[in-house]
Design a protein around this ligand. Structure first.
Ligand SMILES: Nc1ncnc2c1ncn2[C@@H]1O[C@H](COP(=O)(O)OP(=O)(O)OP(=O)(O)O)[C@@H](O)[C@H]1O
Ligand SMILES: [Mg+2]
Length: 366
C-alpha cells in the first residue's frame, strides 16, 4: 500500500511537463528518488540546468500537484540541479575546467547579440552557475561597457595567464581590455582568429559551468573558423523579426549545422515595442518571425525580448537588466530564456546521437 503511494507520486512527478525542457520530468530523467519517510513522501528532483531561483518555485508547483491527488500527500519535494559537461563538436579539444561553451551568434550586426549574451551570462550566474563571458567581437568589443568594466585591465599572477576582471560574479575577457577604446582594429581574418583563440586559451577562467561567447556578427570566414577552433557545445542565434534579419539569421543557423554544433534555439529580440509612456505593445518589425524560423528549422524559440528603452539604458549603462531588475518583466524574460538555453544544452547528447559526423568544411564568400 505504502510502496504504491511512493510510486504513484513518482508517476505524478514524472508526468509533469517541465516548461524549460518542454518535456515530462520522467523523459529528462529528473526524478531521482521518491521514498517514504514516516507518513511523508520525500521526492528528489535533479534538473540539468542551474536553478537556485527557479528550484523552489518548481518544488512548490510539484508539491501542489501531488497534494491535489487524494491520498498522496503530505509530500516534500526537493529540487536540486547539476550541470553536465558537453564537449564541442568535431575534433576540437575541450577546454580544461570549462564544462560548456555557449556561442551567441547572429547573421548580421546590431540585432542585440551582445545584449543577449551578457544577460544570458548574468542569468545563468544568478541561477547559481559558474559563468565566464568571452567577447569574441574583436572589431567592436562591447562587453567591458555592458558589464560596467570600462578601464579595467586584466592582471596576471604567473606572468603567463590573464586574470579576467569580474562583474556581478561573471568572469569577463575582451580584447577591449587590452586596447584603447578609440583604437580601430585593422587586423585581417587569420590574425583575428589567432588573437581570439589566444584570448580564450590564455585566460585563467578557473572552473566554469558555462562560458558564453559573444561571437562577431556575420557568417564569414572568421565566424566559421571560430566555430571550428573553439569547442562550442551549443549555439544561440539572435534575430529580430524583420525578414531581412531572418534571412541572415538562417545563414547563422546553417553555419553551425554545417560544423555539427547543436543549435539550442533562437532568441527573438526587439519583437514588440513597448511604449514607455502608455505601455502599449506594437510589433514594429513584424510578428512571429522567430516562431516561423524555429518551426522551419526544428529548433526551439528560447525567448522573445521586447524593444524596450530600459534594456538599452541598463545594458549601455553597465548594469544589464538581469542585474538591474531581475524580478521585473524583462529580467524574468531573460532568466526564462537562459534556463531554456541551459535545459536545451542538458539534452544535447540525446540529440547529437542522431546527428551525422561533421563534414569537411569549405569556406565560401557570402
Ligand atoms: N531589446 C532591446 N530593446 C532596446 N534596445 C536594445 C535591445 N536589444 C539591444 N538593444 C540596444 O541596441 C543596440 C545594439 O545592441 P547590441 O550591441 O547588443 O547588438 P549586437 O548585435 O551585439 O551589435 P554588433 O553587431 O554591433 O555587435 C545597443 O545599444 C543595445 O542597448
Ligand atoms: Mg555586439
Amino acid at each position: 500500500m505504502t510502496v504504491d503511494r511512493a510510486s504513484e507520486v513518482r508517476l505524478v512527478l514524472g508526468n509533469y511537463v517541465e516548461p524549460h525542457h518542454g518535456r515530462p520530468l520522467a523523459d529528462v530523467k529528473a526524478v531521482k528518488s521518491v521514498r517514504l519517510a514516516g507518513d511523508r513522501v520525500v521526492a528528489e528532483i535533479e534538473l540539468g540546468f542551474p536553478a537556485d531561483r527557479y528550484g523552489p518555485v518548481l518544488a512548490d508547483t510539484l508539491s501542489g500537484l501531488v497534494s491535489a491527488v487524494p491520498g498522496l500527500g503530505p509530500v516534500d519535494v526537493r529540487v536540486g540541479w547539476s550541470v553536465a559537461a558537453h564537449a564541442g563538436a568535431g575534433r576540437v579539444q575541450p577546454l580544461p575546467g570549462i564544462a560548456n561553451v555557449i556561442a551567441v551568434a547572429s547573421g548580421k550586426g546590431g540585432v542585440g547579440k551582445s545584449t543577449t549574451a551578457v544577460n544570458l551570462a548574468l542569468a545563468l550566474a544568478l541561477e547559481g552557475a559558474r559563468v565566464g563571458l568571452l567577447d569574441a567581437d574583436i572589431y567592436g568589443p562591447s562587453q567591458p561597457r555592458m558589464m560596467g568594466l570600462v578601464g579595467e585591465r586584466p592582471t596576471t599572477r604567473d606572468g603567463r595567464r590573464l586574470e579576467p576582471p569580474v562583474a556581478y560574479g561573471v568572469r569577463v575577457m575582451s580584447i577591449g581590455f587590452l586596447i584603447e577604446e578609440e583604437q580601430p582594429m585593422v587586423w585581417r581574418g587569420p590574425m583575428v582568429t589567432q588573437a581570439l583563440t589566444q584570448l580564450l586559451g590564455d585566460t585563467n577562467w578557473g572552473e566554469l559551468d558555462y562560458l558564453v561567447v559573444d561571437m562577431p556578427p556575420g557568417t564569414g570566414d572568421i565566424q566559421l573558423t571560430l566555430t571550428q577552433r573553439v569547442p562550442v557545445s551549443g549555439a544561440v542565434i539572435v534575430t529580430t523579426p524583420q525578414d531581412i534579419a531572418l534571412l541572415d539569421a538562417r545563414k547563422g543557423l546553417r553555419m553551425f549545422q554545417k560544423v555539427a554544433v547543436p543549435v539550442l534555439g533562437v532568441v527573438e529580440n526587439m519583437s514588440t515595442h513597448v511604449c514607455s509612456r502608455c505601455g502599449h505593445a506594437e510589433p514594429v518589425f513584424g510578428e512571429g518571425g522567430g516562431d516561423r524560423m524555429a518551426a522551419q528549422y526544428g529548433v526551439a524559440l528560447l525567448g522573445r525580448l521586447p524593444l524596450d528603452i530600459r534594456i538599452r539604458e541598463q545594458v549601455d549603462g553597465g548594469r544589464p537588466s538581469v542585474v538591474a531588475d531581475p524580478d521585473g518583466p524583462i529580467g524574468r524574460a531573460y532568466l526564462e530564456m537562459a534556463r531554456r538555453t541551459a535545459a536545451g544544452l542538458a539534452q544535447v547528447d540525446a540529440v547529437r546521437g542522431a546527428a551525422a559526423a561533421p563534414p569537411v568544411i569549405t569556406v565560401e564568400d557570402t
